[in-house]
Design a protein around this ligand. Structure first.
Ligand SMILES: *Cc1c(COP(=O)(O)O)cnc(C)c1O
Length: 499
């Protein structure tokens, strides 16, 4: 029997390919697998496999309406020379922990791990479901998703892609990556607001039934490349399984030995993938959820109350500057005992009051998680001390995780081997990283590329091609809009009538 997906907010179901095409369920809920499949290969067996082969072993269990041939062809298309290392996701040891480098794809952040395969999954899903309309990918980005999605979807026949990013909420390199994106099917817009504004605006467009009908008449349908799409979530489970299998194959851990996983978290997609890996039977102990100063998840884990009514703080880890973590809904659904009414009610409360509280019983089901947060200074101190002690340079997001992990160890004394998800290349956040290493760099008037060169020199790492290209790439997108104008931008791009 194939695995079906259920909405977190009603009794609606969908096949995997339907869920990928839709992104979000009509009732506003997120699709979740009706059960989490168990791994049917041992970590030892998986340790003999390439990244692509492990990807197949994991994804086949979730995307059961894809044929073997379809899935393998998606995987081959995605995990090829676009990545600058054959192993795709290398593990690097520093100070006794394993940094799982997820930034060797085209846009040098972990979003590439899933967004390099999503277009293939989507096109395959469209064919399977006899969709003849053009798919319009509508995405809100805190900086990394947008570029990675565009890199995946640019000039893919039968698709268009529209990206909204917070005009003043991304790093200069991130912005440059986006506004230089080529492709005739691409629209990039900087909005005058923060990431949550962009995400809320996009969700609103998704749930506008009138607009949907109008789109259909014009030959379009929306889909999502955000991490609410299970086509993003499932490929993210792969690298946790792969990392465990590698550690085992290399004799770093023993059979059945547990590892802890530390994830710098924003929308709760990456850590949820690690949780699913654990539920599949991978020996993971604690899931350590690391937040920056926007510590809404830390507060949630400590008090059981989710409350987004607070100041939005711009930090040096902008991809985690988020107050509404969309994927948390999937965890809420699970700890409610798969109760769609309950979940819908809490999500309604979040939409109306900006907060909700879970029951004691639900809280007890969160014991796999540890929530922590790091302030800006701790994050910077971690980058510097790790560099000084080992020569290894990590980016600001990864540093939030590393700092939280230090605190976790101090608090608990837990010495279980740990894997830290290293979510971006330090070159993507060169200014912050260099300032952390030596505050003197914060005062120099160099442009970002001069800092990139300096980082390359002190870290003894070649400047990634993704950054090198940006030096001379022409700016192709200059559109900006107010929060309330997102629909108008979409209508204009798709040639729909003005409202
Ligand atoms: C997106 C992103 C995160 C947060 O990941 P979530 O899945 O949203 O929790 C962390 N670090 C970087 C560099 C990112 O791009």
């Amino acid at each position: 029997m194939g695995l079906l997906y259920k909405s977190t907010r009603s009794s609606r179901t969908a096949t995997a390919s339907e869920a990928i095409l839709k992104g979000l369920s009509e009732d506003g809920g997120l699709f979740v697998p009706e059960r989490i499949p168990a791994l049917d290969k041992t970590p030892r067996e998986l340790g003999q496999m390439s990244y692509g082969e492990v990807a197949y072993e994991v994804m086949k269990l979730f995307l059961t309406d894809f044929t073997e041939e379809e899935l393998k062809s998606c995987i081959e298309g995605a995990y090829d020379e676009k990545f600058d290392t054959e192993v795709i996701a290398p593990l690097v040891e520093a100070e006794g922990v394993w940094f799982l480098e997820l930034f060797h794809g085209k846009t040098i952040a972990f979003k590439d791990m899933a967004l390099s395969i999503l277009p293939y999954l989507m096109i395959t899903a469209a064919k399977k479901n006899h969709v003849d309309r053009e798919i319009v990918i509508l995405t809100a980005t805190s900086g990394d998703t947008g570029k990675a999605a565009m890199a995946g979807f640019a000039d893919v026949p039968g698709t268009k892609i529209i990206v909204f990013y917070p005009k003043n909420g991304v790093s200069p390199i991130q912005e440059r990556q986006m506004v230089t994106q080529k492709g005739d099917n691409v629209l990039v817009v900087g909005i005058h607001g923060n990431f949550d504004d962009a995400q809320t605006g996009v969700k609103k467009l998704f749930s506008d039934r009138r607009l949907e009908e109008e789109l259909a008449r014009a030959g379009y349908q929306f889909s999502s490349a955000n991490s609410i799409n299970i086509g993003r979530l499932v490929p993210q489970i792969v690298y946790y399984v792969y990392a465990y299998a590698r550690l085992l194959a290399e004799g770093r851990i023993g059979d059945g030995e547990r590892i802890n996983v530390v994830v710098p978290t924003g929308n709760f997609g990456n850590i949820l993938a690690a949780y699913y890996a654990k539920l599949m039977g991978l020996p993971i102990g604690k899931l350590i959820c690391a937040s920056n100063e926007n510590r809404v998840l830390f507060d949630f884990f400590s008090t059981g109350e989710y409350d987004k009514n607070r100041e939005f703080i711009l930090t040096s880890s902008p991809s985690m500057d988020i107050l509404i973590s969309s994927n948390l809904e999937r965890l809420i659904y699970r700890i409610s005992g798969d109760d769609p009414e309950r979940t819908a009610q809490l999500m309604r409360q979040l939409a109306e009051d900006g907060s909700y509280e879970i029951t004691e019983e639900m809280r007890e089901r969160l014991s796999d998680f540890y929530g922590g947060y790091a302030e800006e200074q701790e994050t910077f101190d971690k980058i510097r001390s790790l560099y000084e002690d080992t020569g290894y340079v990590i980016d600001t997001h990864t540093a939030v995780a590393a700092a939280v992990y230090d605190r976790y160890q101090e608090e608990t004394g837990d010495r279980t081997p740990a894997v830290i998800a290293s979510t971006a290349s330090p070159f993507k956040f060169a200014r912050s990283v260099m300032t952390a290493i030596d505050p003197g760099y914060g005062e120099v008037t160099w442009d970002d590329f001069a800092l990139v060169d300096e980082l390359s020199r002190i870290a003894n790492v070649k400047v990634p091609a993704a950054v090198e290209e940006l030096r001379t790439a022409p700016v192709l997108h200059t559109a900006e809009c107010e929060k309330g104008e997102m629909e108008a931008m979409v209508r204009d791009f798709l040639g729909l009538r003005k409202k």
